[in-house]
Design a protein around this ligand. Sequence first.
Ligand code: HGY
Ligand code: MN
Ligand code: MN
Length: 417
Amino acid sequence: MREDARNAANNVNEQRLWQRHAEMAQLGAIPGNGVNRAALSKEDIAARKLLLSWAAKRNYSISADGIGNLFLRRAGTDANATPIMTGSHMDSQPRGGRFDGIYGVLAGFEALEAMDEAGVVTRRPIEVVAWTNEEGGRFAPCTMGSMVFTGARPLADVLDVTDNEGIKLKDALADTLAATPQVAKHDFKSPAAGYIEAHIEQGPLLENARKTIGVVTGIQGLRWFNVEVSGKTDHAGTTPLALRKDAVRDSIAIINALTELTHDPKDVTRFTVGRMLVTPNSPNSVASHVLFSVDIRHPEPQTIARLGDAVEPLARKAAKFCEVKVTPTLHDDPCVFDANVADAVEAAAKTLNLPHMRLSSGASHDAMYMARICPTAMIFVPCEKGISHNEAENATPGDLAAGARVLTAALIELANR
Ligand code: HGY
Ligand code: MN
Ligand code: MN
């Protein structure tokens, strides 16, 4: 390992990193030690302002792109060199944890500060990015900021997406951009020479294997759909079942059919209906409309293709009384990360004597999209019992700092290539 990389890694400040998580956890804090910091909400705006207040004390240039992704750049000696990027997201699930996403932003920021304090100079600039709307909990689909930044989807496609209260993304985005007027403009599809994202594992493998560092080799495939079932509202007491167009009954039939489709004795396939909006949502009126989400995941390309392609025909076949509209909102094939970047992560973990192992990610991340435009890999650290997307999500100061040390060393290595 380069001497400067080791010095910078040794300058990672565990206490400061932990304290920053505690400050961020106040923004959208909910009972049970969790956070609810929805994308483009006032809590998200507060997190952006807090991050920018820390960056203002450093000599980093700050910019934002048209979907609100925030970029903090530490200059390199070669101003024209494409940057090495790191980062993650600051938005959370409605009952999210204090580490999902925010850890990758804070570990990246800690890496820059450790480089400052070690007096390290790199050839390439290094950028920390806070991606907008990685979770997709408020505005579907997930990984929206990195999807638009990398050109996988035009911004215009998502501006009219609404949340459960009917607020349009474009209006929440306008409020968010207006809240941080002092940042420069950042172009979509700005080139990068590499990207490393640090994240908690959100699964139990590292903890079970007693490893501190996960060298992440890829992400499983995922497909999201919105299914809308439209029938007719009627009186619950007087309307015979034979005459009903009951949107809840048909939704149940569709979900049962999808449960059968995704049944997997090896329990590798993931199928989730996490969101369901019923109209008029009254105990004694037959439901006229249901919108529900479908999230299917699998590590094999041909399986995720087969399962995803079966959703619409199966939904139509299962519904007996109502109209059905199936809208695909996300189609990510499984991705394999760049071997050289994964090797740089593994070499850093080895040289820093941190127990490590290679693994693939069950959760999706913005790295899924960055992998399409530059050499990309991820670093995982353990989270307690693998719990995530739950207030009980927990990690230790030591593991978070260890991941930040590996990130610091790997970034310096890549930024001097
Ligand atoms: O859904 C996911 O995998 C990510 O945690 N947003
Ligand atoms: Mn995440
Ligand atoms: Mn998440």
